[in-house]
Structure formats: structure tokens, C-alpha cells
Ligand binder design. Sequence first.
Ligand SMILES: *[C@@H]1O[C@H](CO)[C@@H](O)[C@H](O)[C@H]1NC(C)=O
Ligand SMILES: *[C@@H]1O[C@H](CO)[C@@H](O)[C@H](O)[C@H]1NC(C)=O
Ligand SMILES: *[C@@H]1O[C@H](CO)[C@@H](O)[C@H](O)[C@H]1NC(C)=O
Length: 528
Amino acid sequence: MVFLVAKSSRNRFSPRNPFTGAVYLTIFCIMFVLYMIYPSNLITQRVESLHLHVNHAGNISQRPSLDCFLDQNRLQSLQQLYKLGDNIEYARRYVRFHRQNIPRTVVTIINNELFPKGFDEVDIRNPPPATICLQPLDVLVPQSRGPHSVDASDLLFGISTTYKRLMDPKASPVKQWAHWLTDGQEKSNGAGLILRLVDASTEEIEEVKDNMKSIGIDIKVSAADSSVEMAKRYLALLPALYNETSRRHRRYLAMCDDDTFFPSMGSLLERLSEFDHTSDLYLGTLSEDVNNIQRHGSQAFGGAGVFFSVPLAAKVADAYENCSTAEKIKQANTGWGPQGDILLRQCIYEHTEATLTLIRDLHQLDIMGDPAGFYEAGLAPLSLHHFKGGMWHEAHPLEGAQIIHTCGEACFLQRFQTSDNFIVSNGFSVAYYPKGIDFNLHQVERTFTAAPQDYGWNLDFMMGPQRMSLVRTGRKVAWELKESEILDDRAVRQTYIRMADDQRWTYGAEGNKMFEKDGVLELIWISS
Ligand SMILES: *[C@@H]1O[C@H](CO)[C@@H](O)[C@H](O)[C@H]1NC(C)=O
Ligand SMILES: *[C@@H]1O[C@H](CO)[C@@H](O)[C@H](O)[C@H]1NC(C)=O
Ligand SMILES: *[C@@H]1O[C@H](CO)[C@@H](O)[C@H](O)[C@H]1NC(C)=O
């Protein structure tokens, strides 16, 4: 009963301030009385949903809209993992996507509310049996591929890293690699990986090879010698890729960092198919930060991924000795140690007529701080990088990209604006704008900073001038994706979390909290 009262008096999304308490109490009482007088249809819905849950035996595709059961074990495990308070605000919405022959626009306007009944007040120690049951929200999405139908055998990748990094539970890129090198069902998508492990032992090499093969990655592993200058080791990777027998049936040899993520391999291949792979091609992108171009020069920044046509790789392989002399390595040092990317550019520019062709949807992501503005810009990135925290930003693109397994590649980071002032950036955040959406959605919100000198305009030539950040203004609050789970082949559940003490979601000079409780939103995407 306590729950039901709290629920009926639920604060819909407006920011709180110290004076609202009394108002809430009054509303509590009024609503309570109303609740007693008029039997709410919520009660019926709850009973109904519970009943259906018990009966439907987990077949979500058959009864997609009706599972409103609140699982205390799940809430408790979320609480432990994300350090949620006992009392949270919770909401769940099923989103039913309809794949149509439509383009991927900057934002998709939905003439419906995302959370028309607000949030449940949930005490995790004693949760109600069910959450508010709503009909699924119907949305249109472009038709696009999922990993099961991608043939990436045109591509052979080279990566250099260490055994230690692969084994590090936090830094390990293995799951991310599986996303772009397999069909999602532990079978290779055809792309090959040549992995160099710096100073690895034979046992380590065997272990890594076996592990990767067992999850479907088509891989060859060998050791690299740390006594060779790093930039030279990097350059040597391209001749090594060219040397592979499988090169004969590849169109592109590619190099990237161990923290490069390709969310949508089908779209990447589609983009590459626009070029003539029989010509000399050096494809990649610049840093977003003019500082880094001024400092290091104009070349493909390897973290975004660099793609070489086989004929160009042949020329680099031929010129390798001349390109990696002590003098060339010295030239590649811009004061930050010799750079492999520079060594490569020098080699290509001095020995061939090719110059860099930009693929602007590849992203080096030389940004620090809160990356939300980038991920919430409605982009369809072909690569992502530097998202593992530390000096750079932190994001969870692997978790976000799970949506492509049901909804297709175009769905990842697609934006939906609902009539109650929410914007869902699918797989990154659910943002709410209590004062309305009165800013330019074609611009990136400047939530992040550039490194190390931020002039304010460093990133403008790649991202366009950015709009001002809404952090700490009380005009925005966002629940950010923490996990997503493929429930069956037609449904993905995304869990978005907002912490009450997140400094970003405050307003006023005193830093008033917009919400007093931590919040959990679950979106369950189901196919029509
Ligand atoms: C689940 O749904 C599928 C597809 O509608 C159906 O073929 C299958 O029999 C259902 N399974 C159960 C246990 O109801
Ligand atoms: C290419 O392969 C040949 C023959 O297997 C070998 O001698 C050479 O060292 C290899 N070159 C590179 C750069 O791996
Ligand atoms: C490498 O340098 C040597 C000596 O300067 C030159 O004879 C040779 O043609 C060069 N090779 C390439 C591929 O440029």
C-alpha cells in the first residue's frame, strides 16, 4: 500500500527543490484519497500482467508487451553492480520497431510519450510485484543488416598489443573484437586478424590463439620484439599482412589499435565498396582535434582504423626497408616519440602517389571527459576509439551495439524524440529535457573537452561548432546505458542508469539535485 501511494503521487520528471516537499505531501494525500475512491486501472493491469508473466513461459516474442513483472533478484544485482540506493525510480518500456525502407535521419520524431505514467517508486528491499504496464511504443527504423548476414572476408586486420592487456578484465578487448570479427554466434564473419603480442611466450601465444578460435575469431598470433622501435613495429605490420597467403582473396588490409571498435561491419564494408580496391588506396581519418594534426601532421590516425588497398600495401612492403631507417624513424618523432602513423604516412607519401582519402565516419575520438554529446548526436559511426576511460573518455559501445542483433546496424545510436521531451539515443542514453527541446539537434553538445589545450574550437572542423553543454543547467538529465542483453532473437533489453548524486544533473549555484533518488530505466526492443 505504501508503494501504491508513493506511486500515485509519483513525481513526474520535474527537478526538485527544497520547497517541493510540502507540495508533494499534499499531492500524496489527495492522490491517496482519489486512489481509494476510484479503483485505478493500474491495479487491474498489474494483476493481469502478473498472471500473464506466470503463464507465458519466457516466450517474449509471443507476448511482447505484457511482461511487467519486477524481479527482485535482478533489481538487487543491479543495485550491487551500480551501487544504487534502496529506493529508486524505475520505469520500463517496450519499444516495438518496424523496419521500413526509410533513410536514417538525424532524429526520428515520435508523436507519443515515452513514459506517460512517470516512474515507479521502488524499494529494492521490498519491490512491488509489477511495474506499470504500457502498450509498446511503436517506432520506425531503417532496414539494415545485422551481424549474422555480414560477410567480411574482404578484410584482413593487423593489431599489436600485449598478453597482459588481453588478460586484463577491464581493458581486455576480446569481447569487442568478437563483435566485429564474428557473426555473434561464435562463427567467423570471414574477416581475419593477425595479432602481434609484444614479447609474448610460446605458451601465451598458444593460449590466446586457442581462446580466440574458440569464440570464432579467425586469428593468427605471433610475438613481436619490444627491442624494435614501436613505430617501426607498427609499420612492419602492413608488410606482414601483405605477406599472408589469405591476402590473395582480400580487398583491404587494415590496421587499428587494440581499443578500436567497429560497431557496424556491414556498413563499414558498404562504405569501402564505394572505392576501387584495385587502385592505390590509403583510407582513414584525421584526429578530431586540430591540436593533434598540428602536432603530428595530416595522416590517418590509427585508432580510428586505417584501410589499405592491396596494391598500395604491396608498394609499402617493397619500400619497407627504406621507410624504416633510423633517419625516417627520427623524422617521425614530433616530440612525443616516433609515431607509427607518421612513419606510415611518410612511406606512402614518399613512395607512391596515394594520399589519405578521408572516411569521416571513422572516429579516432581524441576527446576527454563526458563523451555524451558525441554519442547523442545521432551519428552512425563506423569506428569508435579511446572509450576505455583513463586519460580519454569512458563509454560502453559494445553493450550499446547489442541492439544491432535484432534491430539492425542502423539502430545503434539512432535518435528518437518523444512528445514528453525525451530523446533516446539507442544504445547510449535516455535523456530528458524538463524545460523542453529548444536547441539545435543538428549540432553536437559540447559535453567533452579537447586535450591538452582546449581552444573551444579545436574540434569544429570535424564535428562542426558544438552547441553549449546542458550539464548543471537543470535542463537535461540522462540515464546512461550500462548493460544490454539479447533476450531472444527478437528482443534486446537495455538498462539505463542515472545516479542521484551525479554532478551533471544539478542546477543553480548550490548544485541542487534534479532527482533525489537513483534511477533505472529499461527499454526492451522487440521486433514487430
Ligand atoms: C515461442 O514463439 C515461437 C514463435 O512465435 C513459437 O514458434 C514457439 O512455439 C513458442 N514457444 C513457446 C514455448 O510457446
Ligand atoms: C614475408 O614472408 C617471407 C617468406 O615467408 C619471409 O621471408 C619474410 O620475412 C616475410 N616478410 C614479412 C615482412 O613478414
Ligand atoms: C631504397 O633505397 C635504395 C638506396 O637509396 C634504392 O636503391 C632503392 O631503389 C630504394 N627502394 C625503394 C623501394 O624505394
